[in-house]
Design a protein around this ligand. Structure first.
Ligand SMILES: NC(=O)c1ccc[n+]([C@@H]2O[C@H](COP(=O)([O-])OP(=O)(O)OC[C@H]3O[C@@H](n4cnc5c(N)ncnc54)[C@H](O)[C@@H]3O)[C@@H](O)[C@H]2O)c1
Ligand SMILES: [Zn+2]
Length: 351
C-alpha cells in the first residue's frame, strides 16, 4: 500500500476494496452514511458494495456544479438528521469534487463536525480537490464562497474509478496534472510529454501519486494560502475568466479545458515577465495545443475577461494577480500586472 502520511490523516493509494475494508475495520463509528450522485451511485457504489456493511445509509443528490449550494446542503443535513446520525457517525463522500467539497462541508458543520472520508472518483478530484482540506459550496453565483478548512479522516484513491468517467472529464482533470508538473516538477513534465493522448491506456497510478504528492508538498508549506500555495493558481487567473465567460455561452468549457487555455496564455506572460525560456514556452504551448486543440476558444471578448479578472480577491490596487513560471518546474506567486498592460496583451496575442 502506498501512503502519503500527513499531520492527522493519510492519503492511501490502493485497490479501493482493500483500503476501505482496512479503514472501516479500524474505525469506531455509530453509523455510516455514503453520499453519492446519480452517476457515482451507478458506477462507483457497486465497486464498494461487498465492503460496506449492510446497515449503511445512503444520501443521493443530483450531480453537477449547479447543485453545489446551500439548498443541497439542507437536504444532506436533513437526511443525516432524519436517518439518525449522531456525533459518532461517519460520512463517506463518494464522487467528484462537488461531492467531496459539499459532503465535507456538510459533515464539518453538522453537530459542529462529524468525521468524513473522501473517496474521490474523478481525475480532478483525485489530484486536486481531495488534497488541501478546502471544503465548501457556491453562493449567490460566487464559487466556493461559503466554506472552511477541515481535514478528513482519510482520502482513498483508486484509479479504477476513472474507467467509467466521461473522456472529456478525464482530459479536464489532466489539466491540473499538467499544472502540477509545470509549477513544481520538471521530471514529471518530461514524463507527461510522452503521453500523446489522455485515455485509460495512461499509467495513471504513478501520475496521480506524483501529482497528489506535489499538491501536498505545496499545501504543507502554506496551509492557509498566504503565499506559496498561490502557485497552484497558475493558469487560473485567465483560465477562470475564460471559464466564466463561456459559462453562459452555447459552448461552455469544463474547468480543466478553460485552465488549459489559461495556462497557454499565462505561459506567454511568464516568458515576458518572469523569464520563462523561449524553448520551454514553445514546448509547453505545443503540448497544450496538441491535447486541448478542439477546445481552443475561437473568440473572446477582452473586456469581459478583464472584468472577470478584476473581481479576483487576490488582486491589489486594481492590479491583477498572477502566478508565473520562471522555468518549467518553478513558479513565483504574486506577480501583479496593470489592467492596461493586460488589455494590450490579450488584444495582441488573442485578438
Ligand atoms: N477543494 C478543493 O481544493 C478543490 C480543488 C479543485 C476543484 N474543486 C471543486 O471540485 C469541483 C469539480 O470537481 P469534478 O471535476 O470532479 O466535478 P464533479 O464532481 O461535478 O464530477 C464531474 C461529473 O462526473 C461524474 N462522476 C464522478 N465520478 C465518476 C465516475 N467514476 N464515473 C462516472 N461519472 C463520474 C459526476 O457525477 C459528475 O457528473 C468544483 O466544484 C470545484 O470547485 C475543489
Ligand atoms: Zn483548477
Amino acid at each position: 500500500m502506498k501512503n502519503l502520511d500527513l499531520h492527522s490523516y493519510s492519503i492511501v493509494f490502493e485497490d479501493i476494496q482493500i483500503s476501505l475494508r482496512t479503514v472501516l475495520a479500524e474505525l469506531d463509528y455509530s453509523s455510516l452514511f455514503v453520499l453519492v450522485d446519480e452517476h457515482t451511485r451507478e458506477h462507483c457504489l457497486p465497486i464498494l458494495m461487498n465492503v460496506l456493511p449492510q446497515e449503511v445509509n445512503y444520501i443521493e443528490i443530483k450531480s453537477g456544479e449547479i447543485h453545489k449550494n446551500l439548498e443541497t446542503c439542507q437536504f444532506i443535513w436533513s437526511s443525516l438528521l432524519d436517518q439518525g446520525a449522531d456525533r459518532r457517525s461517519v460520512l463517506i463522500n463518494l464522487g467528484g469534487g462537488v461531492i467531496g467539497d459539499m459532503g465535507g462541508f456538510c459533515a464539518s458543520t453538522f453537530m459542529r463536525g462529524i468525521r468524513f472520508l473522501q473517496i474521490p472518483t474523478t481525475l480532478l478530484s483525485q489530484v486536486d480537490a481531495s488534497v488541501g482540506s478546502k471544503l465548501g459550496v457556491d453562493f449567490k453565483g460566487v464559487k466556493n464562497i461559503i466554506g472552511l478548512f477541515q481535514d478528513p479522516i482519510g482520502v482513498l484513491i483508486d484509479p479504477a474509478f476513472l474507467k467509467t468517467l466521461a473522456p472529456a472529464e478525464l482530459r479536464s482533470g489532466y489539466a491540473e496534472v499538467v499544472k502540477h508538473a509545470l509549477i513544481h516538477d520538471a521530471n514529471l513534465w518530461q514524463q507527461l510529454l510522452t503521453i500523446k493522448e489522455v485515455n485509460l491506456q495512461v499509467k495513471w497510478d504513478d501520475i496521480i501519486f506524483r501529482s497528489v504528492q506535489i499538491k501536498q508538498e505545496i499545501v504543507d508549506q502554506d496551509r492557509r494560502e498566504k503565499s506559496l500555495r498561490k502557485i497552484l493558481n497558475f493558469g487560473h487567473t485567465i483560465g477562470h475568466a475564460i471559464e466564466s465567460y463561456f459559462l453562459e455561452s452555447e459552448t461552455p468549457l469544463l474547468h480543466g479545458e478553460a485552465i488549459a487555455w489559461g495556462m497557454y496564455a499565462e505561459l506567454i506572460l511568464s516568458s515576458q515577465i518572469s523569464e520563462l525560456p523561449i524553448q520551454e514556452l514553445n514546448s509547453a504551448q505545443a503540448y497544450l495545443q496538441k491535447i486541448y486543440a478542439d477546445k481552443k476558444p475561437s473568440h473572446w471578448d477582452t473586456e469581459s475577461l478583464i472584468r472577470y479578472m478584476l473581481k479576483d480577491k487576490k488582486n491589489i490596487d486594481q492590479k491583477i494577480s498572477f502566478s508565473l513560471l520562471n522555468r518549467i518546474g518553478s513558479c513565483t506567486p504574486d506577480q501583479f500586472i496593470e489592467e492596461e498592460r493586460l488589455r494590450k496583451f490579450l488584444m495582441v496575442e488573442f485578438a
